[in-house]
Design a protein around this ligand. Structure first.
Ligand code: XIL
Length: 630
């Protein structure tokens, strides 16, 4: 079936208001919990505002002043700053709830021209402090931050909002600070679900980052349209997964400097969401030149060590890949990690290896090439991934600009070699496109070429930028989206997933060029209508109640259900029991000792990882026996 090419634009309002623009500034007074969702607001007219701010550094002086004001008679003046990160900070987690979206508005003026940032700080569950710039604006007059969205997840503490200015010596003025709960905008329910209309062709999914989870509207869109597949937007990349302190500690304890220690703590909130909502996950990514720390490649895992030898790096790579697959299996045994990007972006557009070096020092360089001398690391990565990945997890090479002829040839050649060795299952086309380039025909030709390798193909990071934000511009974008999805449908028997790189324009990594299917108010754009147009919504499947095939075991211990493995005591041994056991083993919950007896499914008087693996095999219907008869 071919979709019609008609682009629907009727009744779609495109709200493209820049979120920094602020026409009117309300009159401020300190107030708490008003109907409008305001949690705290101050114009610094009295000392109440001052009391809630503190200096981030040791030198700053914070005082109410009338030297410069945005509204009213007073503002907060921050002087004696001695570092660029010095400035006023406001503690968030003692006033706000985790997992809820808030909006901050404030006006800031640097004494002279500087880059002013609204930033956040939090401490993760392992005690590491993280900093992130939420919004940065340059200027020397009043800069209005208007309704900037902020949130934090429930696994972090000591959350602060703060303002900083690029120039250490510059005085800062802060006025009209307001923190309020973000309104929940209902999503459009009367439009078809993207994932459903494409369900007979391939999965449709999106990338998610922890901050997305706090917006109910955003997550309603994920639930309705993108529940076919989720990629963790950043938090499964090496720089988040590698745990430097634990790795160095491991070296100290064992003398072995080839075993990088890993942690899924940064990805936890997104992975918990996928687990609880049964969403398949694309793992992204194991081996990449970018978002990977240099210390991973240096002697003693230390920033100033020498680059290690190729042999040592092979061992480190093997252990890293092994450890990642093990921790994923241990902590998320019920998630269907159906795909992993094993190697990301190894070729330049002319099909060559990247320049040897640190990407952190010279953008685009590869530390992998620095250590291996060429792209020979790719084969090792796939070999190890094949060795440690579960059988049902498919392994991909993933890259951008894969329609460039020389890159396409290099990727196909590499893929053919790896296929011959049985190491690779598919090719991921990132597809970060623009309305002007490449043409849909060029993209389709590349897609066709990759399907001809006999491997599976996935579109893994689709977004299409436009700099023309007129109605005609968005219509053009809709046409390109439609053409790309038509190409995917044309080769659907070889294409198993199409994943968008985000949901709303505002949350995109390329937000300034409006590349996605929904606008900042969660409304479907012309591009959305263009890709669902002409496709049928499949009839709802009738759901049947799962029936257990387990024969209750005879046991002398009485429990309400008498089933080994049935940890929620509902009479069925299923995925939820697996989740409970995994949460117990990693210490997230503590199972009652009566229930724990039934977790010993291998019946060896111990509850450990082998019970988890045994239970998983049972749930996946791999004929194993639970409990005393084992
Ligand atoms: C991007 C993220 O979306 C950004 O938040 C981050 O700052 C940089 O990386 N190719 C990839 C993705 O494989 O991992 C990249 O994601 C986009 C390009």
């Amino acid at each position: 079936m071919k979709k019609s090419k008609k682009i629907l634009t009727g009744a779609i309002s495109l709200v493209l208001v820049c979120s920094l623009a602020s026409a009117s500034v309300p009159v401020f007074s300190a107030e708490t919990g008003t109907d409008s969702g305001v949690i705290f607001a101050t114009g610094f007219e009295d000392s109440e505002g001052l009391d809630l701010f503190s200096g981030r550094g040791e030198t700053e002086v914070l005082e109410i002043s009338d030297e410069a004001v945005r509204t009213g008679d007073k503002a907060l003046c921050i002087s004696e700053r001695s570092e660029s990160w010095n400035g006023p900070q406001f503690r968030l987690d003692d006033k706000c709830e985790a997992g809820v979206e808030y909006m901050v508005s404030a006006s800031v003026k640097p004494e002279w021209y500087a880059n002013v940032s609204l930033s956040m700080q939090f401490t993760d569950s392992e005690g590491t402090i993280h900093y992130s710039n939420v919004r940065s604006v340059q200027g020397d007059s009043w800069i209005d931050f208007k309704d900037v969205k902020v949130s934090f997840t429930n696994d972090v503490t000591d959350v602060y909002l703060y303002f900083e200015a690029s120039d250490a010596g510059v005085k800062m003025y802060l006025d009209d600070f307001e923190l309020k709960t973000a309104p929940v905008i209902p999503i459009e329910q009367d439009i078809p679900s993207l994932n459903k209309v494409y369900s007979k062709y391939f999965k449709v999914g999106t990338a998610l980052t922890p901050s997305d989870l706090s917006s109910k509207s955003f997550m309603d869109l994920v639930d309705k349209h993108f529940s076919g597949s989720v990629t963790v937007g950043n938090e499964l990349k090496p720089d988040y997964v590698l745990n430097k302190a634990a790795t160095q500690e491991y070296v100290k304890e064992t003398g072995d400097d080839t075993n990088p220690q890993v942690s899924l703590s940064a990805a936890k909130s997104v992975l918990d969401y996928c687990r609880d909502n049964n969403i398949p996950v694309r793992g992204h990514c194991l081996v990449w030149h970018s978002q990977t720390p240099d210390w991973f490649f240096k002697e003693n895992f230390s920033d100033d060590g020498d680059w290690v030898s190729e042999d040592k790096m092979i061992d480190r790579m093997e252990n890293y890949i092994k450890n990642v697959f093990e921790v994923v299996e241990k902590e998320y045994p019920t998630i269907d990690f159906y795909a992993w990007d094993v190697v990301n972006e190894a070729f330049t557009d002319d099909g060559k290896p990247r320049t040897a070096g640190s990407n952190n020092e010279s953008s685009g360089s590869s530390a992998w090439v620095k250590v291996f001398g060429d792209n020979s690391f790719i084969e090792y990565a796939f070999k190890f991934a094949k060795k440690y990945a579960p059988e049902n997890c498919k392994l991909y090479y993933n890259d951008y600009n894969e329609y460039m002829t020389q890159k396409m040839e290099a990727v196909c050649k590499m893929a053919a070699d790896l296929k011959e060795k049985g190491y690779i299952d598919g090719i991921g086309m990132q597809a970060h496109l623009d309305v002007g380039f490449p043409s849909a025909a060029q993209f389709e030709n590349a897609l066709k070429t990759y399907t001809e390798t006999g491997l599976d193909v996935q579109i893994t990071e689709l977004d299409i930028t436009t700099s023309d934000t007129s109605e005609a511009g968005f219509k053009k974008q809709a046409q390109v989206y439609s053409d790309i999805m038509d190409a995917a449908v044309k080769y659907a028997d070889k294409v198993s997933a199409v994943v968008l790189w985000g949901v709303t324009d505002e949350n995109s990594w390329r937000a300034t060029q409006y590349p996605l299917l929904f606008d900042k108010d969660f409304k479907a754009k012309p591009a959305f209508y263009s890709v669902v147009d002409g496709l049928e919504v499949p009839p709802e499947e009738t759901t049947t109640t799962p029936v257990t095939t387990t024969t209750p075991v005879t046991t002398t211990v009485v429990n309400p259900t008498g089933l080994y493995g049935d940890l929620d005591l509902n009479g069925v041994v299923e995925m939820t029991d697996l989740t409970l056991l995994s949460q117990h083993l990693i210490g997230d919950i503590k199972l009652d000792s009566e229930i724990l007896k039934y977790a010993d499914v291998t019946y060896d008087n111990d509850v450990n990882l082998s019970d988890l693996s045994h239970l998983k095999q049972y749930v996946l219907k791999e004929k194993v026996i639970l409990g005393p008869q084992n």
